[in-house]
Design a protein around this ligand. Structure first.
Ligand code: VTB
Ligand code: MG
Ligand code: MG
Length: 332
């Protein structure tokens, strides 16, 4: 097979074999984190996922650069922004990781913790600093710009209901359960829609909007991590849907960091294609059970995982159930 394939983005496209390689990487991170589910130790679970993800990435034939990672070089020993990963052979790619999305939910063994990774042709992912981002997202099948970050919640929800052909009381919004969202939650309910609150994990929240019949979620609203926004955009680039995001710098230091990372206009409204462009592969493996994916099951010498891996070039969405064997205290 050729090293690269034609993509509909600006680069030559990613080899499709990478789909399977990346599934393996999130599987490894999920299994590592899963062994620390319910232990009340977020840091340990996160570290286990990071270590496993980095180890597996090291075996993938890419020249990868982490653009969304665990933090700046001086604060994160592994998978820091700018770190080179992969074998050093193969295509040059940008990588976004969240080895354990939902460290707290994993530590409490609650639903929807995921191991997440996206890669894109070099230059295909927004280099978003680790700060808050205001987000709005809907699934596929609606006219472009059906919702807008700058419109009122009522206007967005009414537009969505109209496009769906349902009364607004049949619309459900997913929002992170945070005091900062009190006003947003009130406005959504006042408009007549419902709110499903989640304790953490807004990558899953955004992905749920792509299958409202299954998940009951029509729209994602509110602020969460900017890195999670880019990862969610990468997923939507593969499945379809719309997302807009705007950074919310809380202090000057964050403004400076954004500028250093190449964001000249901090107030810019990023659209899907500004956050994830070119050819993208997205992979997520369930750590704890959730409505997107089943969590890891460990039975004696075997670990079972469920992964969703998708590719923007073809729009293929694969669900992979794997059984991995424990060899020398490690599932391979
Ligand atoms: C979200 C969510 C994460 O952080 O981005 C959120 O996806 C935002 O930050 O799972 P706050 O917790 O400060 O609101 C997480 O909940 C945790 O990383
Ligand atoms: Mg993380
Ligand atoms: Mg996270």
């Amino acid at each position: 097979m050729s090293k690269t394939e034609q993509s509909n983005g600006h680069g030559p496209g990613l080899e499709r074999i990478l789909v399977l390689e990346l599934a393996r990487v999130t599987e490894a991170a999920a299994i590592a984190a899963a062994q620390l589910r319910g232990r009340g130790n977020e840091k340990a679970a996160d570290k286990a996922a990071v270590d496993a993800m980095r180890r597996e990435l090291g075996r993938v034939e890419i020249q990868g650069t982490v653009v969304i990672g665990e933090g700046e070089m001086d604060e994160a020993p592994m998978l820091y922004i700018g770190e080179k990963v992969g074998t050093g052979e193969g295509p040059e790619v940008d990588i976004a990781v969240d080895p354990l999305e939902g460290t707290t939910i994993c530590a409490k063994a609650m639903p929807n913790a995921l191991a997440v990774l996206a890669i894109a042709e070099k230059g295909g992912l927004l280099h978003a600093p680790d700060m808050y981002m205001n987000k709005i997202a809907v699934g596929p099948g609606y006219p472009d710009d059906i919702v807008d970050l700058d419109a009122t919640p009522a206007d967005n929800l009414n537009a969505l209901a109209k496009a769906k052909g349902v009364p607004i009381n049949e619309i459900m919004a997913c929002i992170l359960d945070r005091p900062r969202h009190a006003e947003l939650i009130r406005a959504v309910r006042e408009a007549g829609a419902g709110v499903q609150l989640i304790p953490d994990g807004d990558i899953a929240g955004v992905i749920w909007t792509t299958d409202p019949k299954e998940t009951g979620i029509d729209i994602y609203m509110g602020s969460g991590g900017a890195p999670e926004g880019v990862l969610a955009a990468a997923a939507l680039r593969c499945i379809g849907g719309q997302i807009q995001g705007r950074l919310i710098p809380m202090k000057d230091e964050e403004r400076i960091r954004a500028e250093k990372m190449g964001i000249s206009d901090i107030n810019r409204k990023f659209r899907l294609q500004d956050m994830a462009s070119a050819d993208v592969v997205f992979s997520a493996t369930g750590v704890t059970d959730g409505s997107l994916l089943k969590g890891v099951r460990i039975r004696g010498d075997f670990a079972e995982t469920e992964t969703v891996v998708m590719r923007s070039k073809t729009g293929t969405v694969r669900r992979i159930k794997s059984t991995l064997r424990n060899v020398g205290a490690r599932f391979i």
